[in-house]
Design a protein around this ligand. Structure first.
Ligand code: GLY
Length: 588
């Protein structure tokens, strides 16, 4: 796009505004927030009365207000399951998949709901993430039915998805929020639904751009139309005034135009995304979290708008065709995340059950002011995953076997290399285990693990070998030190070799081609890891767990024996080797 001179000036002001804190936000910050999110979401699960209600806004007593999943007009029920799907993405733990699914399925009743424009919020964030992360066609089918319901709200004269039947003062209205809902139509058109859903979404976005966005890039919250398609009125519902810009409404536009551009590659939407973004960035305060309305005299920050925009700009920065803008948008997003993850906004150490403090639901109505909002939390987590889709999230050991498990997928067959870092967090791990088994094996007892690395009561690393444990060298584990492990796993031969690199030392062979557990379950793939404590939760930590196929030359070399000193071969091959080891409790 060719910029006019004033545009260029504004542009450089924007670049300067966001430059000083560029890249302050790090992977470690993201992991810190996910670790907090894990605890907050797990507590919320315990607090909720049933899977039929979802949290919405925090109360001063440290609990959530909740919304029935059957509520047809409410718009927020998809965010709690969606947040748990994000936790599943981060940690690969069946625990989170199961909880996310438990709060997703009750929303199926909404799939035929034609009374609301907010089916996108409800269904795409719950079922959409479920489909994305599991590929289960059940979720896709519910999404397609939901999209068909949303499409019934299309008004072909105006070319919009009509909102807000509950407001008797409006005739055929749109709100900027609906830009989020139309992702359900765009996704549906790409996933088996009729192409006309895409046309509806594109028309809606174009009409929103034409009528809700002012020339300076600010926005009205709503536009209401006459039956003949002319504008009846426009103004605000949740913002300050007809001429003001409601911060979250603007955030929905930034996210929405970016998302429509992702689906369509239509340059009009990139231009639209730039316009609404540039207005937003030029009017931000120093901490990058806007007041609830850009023009309101009353001050109350809305962290939810900041979270929505952070997520949107991380996407826009990847789609942007102009290199300078790419950098500016990314740096702006990182500065927003930095602010949101700071003590000023992160709820850590407060009594809030949410992640972000200082959100505003509906200021003019006096509702949900200066609270945590489940949707702010959702977009915050989404932004962190757009920052890094595979954060280096630690697996903390768990006493509870179902909660100790992590899914590795079903494609790890044949010969595989496994690498990971392990950090003992206490001196005696009491026989804590990292174990591996088939994707179809639920770990209900230690003997469900075909392979296992054990931190013995004697303070050394040991490896499961047939009926017991063995080791070539006594490598002690020391609290707070991080050990790197590398394993060659031959699933057909049911044998594996393990090396360990202690901190500051060279790699050592720990065991060579030892056997899988003698009485283990059937195994075809390396589909599941379990990180099990025997003393207390979180008494050791696994990071950077990777499973991958060896290159052809490495695979060939794996079949050749590892040259070892003769003495070690003798030790390894001695029939009494296993019985010379420590007494191994059969359940580990
Ligand atoms: N979609 C309603 C809101 O943003 O508050």
């Amino acid at each position: 796009m060719r910029l006019s001179m004033p545009g260029v000036k504004l542009w450089w002001m924007l670049a300067l505004l966001v430059a000083p804190v560029a890249n302050a936000f790090t992977d470690a910050d993201a992991v810190r927030v996910f670790t907090f999110a894990r605890a907050q979401l797990a507590d919320t699960i315990l607090e909720l009365p049933s899977v039929n209600r979802s949290p919405k806004a925090s109360l001063s007593n440290g609990t959530w207000t909740t919304v029935a999943n059957t509520d047809r007009i409410a718009w927020t029920q998809g965010f709690f399951p969606g947040s748990m799907w994000f936790m599943f993405q981060v940690a690969n733990e069946p625990y989170w998949r199961d909880r996310a699914d438990m709060w997703t399925r009750p929303l199926e009743v909404q799939k035929t709901n034609t009374e609301t424009h907010d089916l996108g919020f409800k269904m795409y964030n719950s079922y959409g993430n479920a489909w994305r992360l599991t590929g289960d066609p059940y979720y896709r089918d519910v999404l397609l039915t939901s999209a068909a319901s949303l499409a019934t709200r299309y008004n072909s004269t105006v070319g919009i998805i009509k909102c807000c039947d509950w407001n008797p003062n409006w005739n055929i209205p749109l709100v900027t929020d609906t830009m989020m809902d139309i992702e359900l139509l765009l996704w549906g058109a790409q996933n088996g639904g009729p192409a006309v859903w895409r046309t509806m979404a594109v028309n809606h976005a174009l009409r929103t751009l034409q009528d809700a966005v002012r020339t300076n890039g600010s926005s009205f919250h709503y536009v209401d139309y006459n039956n003949n398609g002319t504008i009846r009125s426009r103004g605000t519902f949740q913002g300050y005034s007809t001429t003001s810009t409601w911060a979250r409404g603007q955030a929905w536009l930034i996210y929405g135009f970016t998302m429509v551009y992702r689906y369509t590659q239509d340059a009009r939407f990139l231009t639209a995304a730039r316009r609404v973004t540039d207005y937003y960035l030029a009017n931000l305060p120093a901490d990058r979290v806007p007041n609830w309305d850009f023009n309101a005299p009353s001050q109350s920050k809305d962290s939810s708008a900041a979270a929505v925009v952070a997520s949107a700009l991380l996407e826009l920065s990847t789609l942007e065709t102009d290199a300078t803008r790419r950098t500016t948008y990314r740096n702006a997003a990182l500065a927003m995340l930095d602010s949101l993850a700071s003590p000023a906004y992160l709820a850590q150490g407060t009594n809030s059950p949410g992640l972000l403090l200082h959100g505003v639901g509906n200021y003019p109505a006096g509702q949900e002011i200066n609270v945590s909002l489940i949707y702010g939390d959702y977009y915050f987590l989404e932004a962190l995953l757009r920052f890094n889709p595979r954060p280096n999230y630690p697996w903390y050991s768990k006493l509870n076997l179902p909660r100790s498990q992590h899914l590795l997928g079903t494609s790890n067959t044949g010969v595989r290399i496994v690498e990971f870092d392990l950090t003992p967090l206490r001196d005696n791990l009491g026989g804590g285990v990292v174990g591996w088994t088939d994707s179809s094996t639920e770990v209900t007892a230690f003997n469900r693990l075909n392979m296992a690395l054990r931190m013995s009561e004697d303070g050394i690393f040991q490896v499961r070998n047939g009926a017991g444990y063995s080791w070539i060298r006594r490598v002690p584990y020391v609290r707070g030190q991080t050990y790197h492990f590398r394993m060659n796993v031959d699933l057909l031969a049911q044998r594996y070799t393990v090396w360990v690199t202690p901190p500051g030392a060279a790699e050592l062979l720990l065991v060579d081609r030892v056997a899988f557990r003698a009485d283990g379950p059937p195994i075809n793939d390396l589909g599941r890891a379990a990180v099990i404590s025997t003393v207390e939760d979180s008494d050791f930590r696994v990071n950077n767990h990777r499973v991958y196929a060896p290159t052809a030359s490495v695979a060939a070399a794996l079949n050749a024996p590892v040259p070892l000193p003769e003495a070690l071969w003798r030790e390894l091959d001695a029939p009494e080797r296993l019985s010379q080891g420590p007494v191994v409790p059969s359940e580990r």
